[in-house]
Design a protein around this ligand. Structure first.
Ligand code: DLL
Length: 437
C-alpha cells in the first residue's frame, strides 16, 4: 500500500520523542488551565501551582477527572483561559440537562484543529484532487465545520452539503463528481436505500471513500456500507469537549483509529475503580487535550468504552490505535448522530402540568435511520375522548422537545395510570436497535 502522511515527522515520530513532546505540551496546557477559574483551585488543591510542578506525564494522575457536570457547573466561562476578545468561535453539545457543554477556540486553536483533521483526511488516501461532500450537520455541532476545515486544508473542493435531503445530496454528487463523503453511518445506509427510488445508478457516481462517525457502528455495518456503495469507509472518532472530530481516525489499513497523541493524552480506566486497565483491555477513555489554549480540559471522562490495539500499525504511524467504541458507561443515547440524555427529555415533559407521572422513551430502527418515540401518560384531569386538546398537547410536547434536544420525536399520549409501572427501578428507556458492535 502507498501510505501518505500530512506531517510525517510527527505522525511517525519515535515513541520516546512523542512522549517528550507530550510532556512539553502538557506543561503548556497546565499553564492555560491555571488561568481558568475552574482549574485554578483544583490544580492548587492537587499541589500544582505552576507548569513546572508537572515533571512527568504520569503526574497528570494527581489531577481529578473532569466530567460533563463539571463543564455544566463552569458554564459559561469557567473553563475559558484567554481574554474573550481572543476567542473566534464556539461550539456546543448537549449536556445532561438544558445547559450545553460549550467550548471556545482561539484562532490558533482552529488552525491546530484543521491540521489534525488534515492528517486524518490525507492519511485515508485523499488528495487535493478529491471532491468532498460533507453530508453532516453544520452549526454548533462540530462534525460539519471540523471536517470542512480539514478538507480545505488538504485542498479538496469541499461541498458544505449539510445533513438530510437525499435528493439534493444525489444531485450534488452527480453535478460535481463527488469522490468522498462524510456522514453518520446510519445516513450512509439511508442514502443507499434511497438511490434506486431516486433513479440514481452507482456506476454514474464517482464515489471512492466515506468518513463515518459521530455514532457507534459495527464492523459488519462498515462492510455493508462498503459493499453496497463500493467504497472504502473510514471510522472517525471525536467529541465536542475535545474539539470534535479529528481526535482519532483510521488510516488506509482501516484497523483501529490512530489517536493523535501529540494533541491528546489518552488513559483507559475501569469506570468502577477508576484505575487504569491493563494494556489492550477495554475500559473508559479519559482524554486530556494538548492542542487548545482557549478551553483546556484535563482528564475528561468521555464515557466511551474502548481499548488500545497493542501491536504497531503497518502504516508506520507511531500514534496508538483505538478500537471501535463498543458502548458508553452512562445512559447517553445517540440518535442519528445526535446526543440525547434521557434526563433532558424528562426535564421537558415533567415540566408540563398536563403530563402525568409515567413515561417511556423508545428508540428503534426505521429503515436505516433511528426513530425516537416519547410515550407519556396525561394527567388525571385530561380526558382521552377529546381529541382536539390532546392533539394540541401532543404538538406542544413535540415542539418543546425538538427545541431542547434538536430531534423531532413521535409523541404518544396514554391515559393516566394506564402505562405499566415496573416493580423495581423504573425503566425509562427502551432501545431496540440491534447491538451488533
Ligand atoms: O460526534 C464529533 C464527531 C463528529 C465525531 C463527526 C466524528 C464525526 P459529540 O456530538 O460531542 O461529537 O458526540 C461525541 O459521539 O463521545 C461518542 O459517544 C460518539 N461518537 C463519536 N464518534 C464515534 C465513533 C461528535 N466513530 C460522542 N464511533 C462520543 C462510536 C462515536 N461513537
Amino acid at each position: 500500500m502507498n501510505f501518505q502522511y500530512w506531517q510525517p515527522q510527527i505522525e511517525k515520530m519515535p515513541r520516546s520523542e512523542l512522549e517528550a513532546l507530550q510532556l512539553h505540551k502538557l506543561k503548556e496546557e497546565i499553564g492555560f488551565a491555571l488561568r481558568t477559574s475552574f482549574y485554578q483551585s483544583r490544580l492548587e488543591a492537587a499541589g500544582i501551582r505552576n507548569p513546572d510542578d508537572i515533571k512527568t506525564v504520569d503526574d497528570l494522575r494527581r489531577i481529578p477527572f473532569t466530567t460533563k457536570s463539571d463543564l455544566r457547573e463552569g458554564f459559561p466561562y469557567g473553563f475559558l483561559s484567554i481574554p474573550k476578545e481572543e476567542v473566534v468561535r464556539l461550539h456546543a453539545s448537549s449536556g445532561t440537562t438544558g445547559i450545553p457543554t460549550t467550548i471556545y477556540f482561539s484562532r490558533d486553536d482552529i488552525k491546530r484543529w484543521s491540521t489534525y483533521m488534515a492528517r486524518c483526511i490525507f492519511g485515508s488516501g485523499c488528495t487535493k484532487n478529491d471532491v468532498f461532500q460533507n453530508m453532516i450537520g453544520y452549526g454548533l455541532f462540530t462534525g460539519g465545520l471540523g471536517l470542512h476545515q480539514g478538507g480545505e486544508e488538504v485542498g479538496m473542493m469541499v461541498i458544505p452539503a449539510g445533513s438530510g435531503n437525499t435528493a439534493r445530496q444525489f444531485k450534488l454528487m452527480q453535478d460535481f463528481g463527488t469522490t468522498v463523503v462524510h456522514a453518520t453511518p446510519s445516513f450512509l445506509l439511508h442514502i443507499e436505500s434511497k438511490m434506486k427510488e431516486a433513479g440514481v445508478r452507482r456506476e454514474n457516481l464517482s464515489l471512492k471513500r466515506a468518513f463515518a462517525g459521530a455514532e457507534p457502528y459495527s464492523e459488519d455495518t462498515r462492510r455493508r456500507i462498503e459493499s453496497l456503495l463500493n467504497i472504502d469507509v473510514f471510522n472517525s472518532y471525536g467529541l465536542s469537549e475535545m474539539n470534535g472530530p479529528g481526535v482519532a481516525f483510521e488510516c488506509q489499513c482501516k484497523n483501529g483509529m490512530h489517536i493523535w497523541e501529540d494533541g491528546y493524552i489518552a488513559e483507559i480506566i475501569d469506570p468502577k475503580t477508576f484505575e487504569p486497565v491493563k494494556d489492550g483491555e477495554v475500559g473508559e477513555l479519559v482524554l486530556t487535550i494538548l492542542c487548545r489554549e482557549a478551553t483546556p480540559i484535563l482528564r475528561y471522562r468521555t464515557r466511551d468504552l474502548t481499548g488500545f490495539f497493542t501491536e504497531p500499525c503497518p502504516c508506520g504511524r507511531t500514534h496508538r490505535r483505538l478500537r471501535r467504541i463498543t458502548g458508553r458507561s452512562d445512559d447517553m443515547l445517540i440518535i442519528n448522530g445526535v446526543n440525547v440524555f434521557p434526563s433532558q427529555i424528562e426535564e421537558v415533559i415533567m415540566g408540563m402540568k398536563e403530563v402525568g407521572n409515567n413515561y417511556l422513551i423508545v428508540v428503534e430502527k426505521e429503515g436505516a435511520l433511528d426513530r425516537l418515540t416519547v410515550k407519556t401518560e396525561v394527567g388525571p384531569n385530561i380526558f382521552m375522548d377529546d381529541a382536539r386538546p390532546l392533539n394540541a398537547l401532543k404538538e406542544r410536547i413535540r415542539e418543546t422537545l425538538q427545541a431542547s434536544i434538536s430531534i423531532s420525536p413521535r409523541v404518544e399520549l396514554h391515559e393516566s395510570g394506564s402505562m405499566p409501572v415496573s416493580e423495581g427501578k423504573a425503566v425509562r428507556v427502551q432501545d431496540t436497535r440491534p447491538k451488533d458492535v
